[in-house]
Design a protein around this ligand. Structure first.
Ligand code: ZN
Length: 174
């Protein structure tokens, strides 16, 4: 509750609520919403919606950028998925080597593999996007390979589910 700027309000009676980005204003002392908003606006306390006159070209450009960002985000997720699988495999190989020969060299290699896996596991949201863009710049061939591997896995998983459904349905109908 806040003090209502539209009437002399010693007892805070203005309720401000955010409903999905739209601010709802209600004065329990009885001021109209218009009066309360006008008074807030006068005091510079009302978030003005920035009027944007977007041309058709602007909108098209924006839509293109959004579509590109979405496809980049999808690729980043696919890349990360395969990357994790490979790093996990590398770590377990490093562990086996260390187990059979606990040399300083093998210990170092194991530590290095574990750290890489840890770093990749922590990626999400913005850090994932940043790491993906760096990977695209430094090793585009590996990125392409990892993404297509993820897509293959996805196809395999879909096929597997489909087969499972078919087999189960056939068994049920017997
Ligand atoms: Zn009021």
């Amino acid at each position: 509750m806040a003090r209502c700027p539209a009437h002399k309000d010693n007892n805070p009676s203005l309720s401000l609520r955010d409903a999905n980005g739209k601010i709802l204003v209600h004065c329990f002392a009885g001021c109209s919403q218009d009066d309360a908003v006008a008074a807030l606006r006068e005091r510079g306390l009302w978030p003005e919606r920035v009027k944007r006159d977007l041309t058709r070209a602007d909108r098209r450009d924006y839509a293109r950028k959004r579509a590109r960002a979405r496809s980049l985000a999808e690729d980043a997720l696919l890349w990360n998925e395969s990357d994790l699988l490979e790093l996990e495999a590398e770590k377990s190989q490093a562990f086996s080597r260390y187990e059979s020969d606990p040399s300083v060299e093998n210990e170092g290699a194991l530590e290095c593999a574990a750290r890489s896996l840890y770093v990749a596991e922590q990626l999400s949201g913005k850090t994932l996007a940043e790491a993906y863009l760096v990977a695209v710049k430094t090793d585009p061939a590996r990125v392409r390979r990892l993404i297509s591997k993820s897509k293959e896995n996805l196809e395999d998983a879909k096929l597997c589910t489909k087969n499972l459904v078919t087999v189960t349905a056939a068994r049920e109908s017997r």
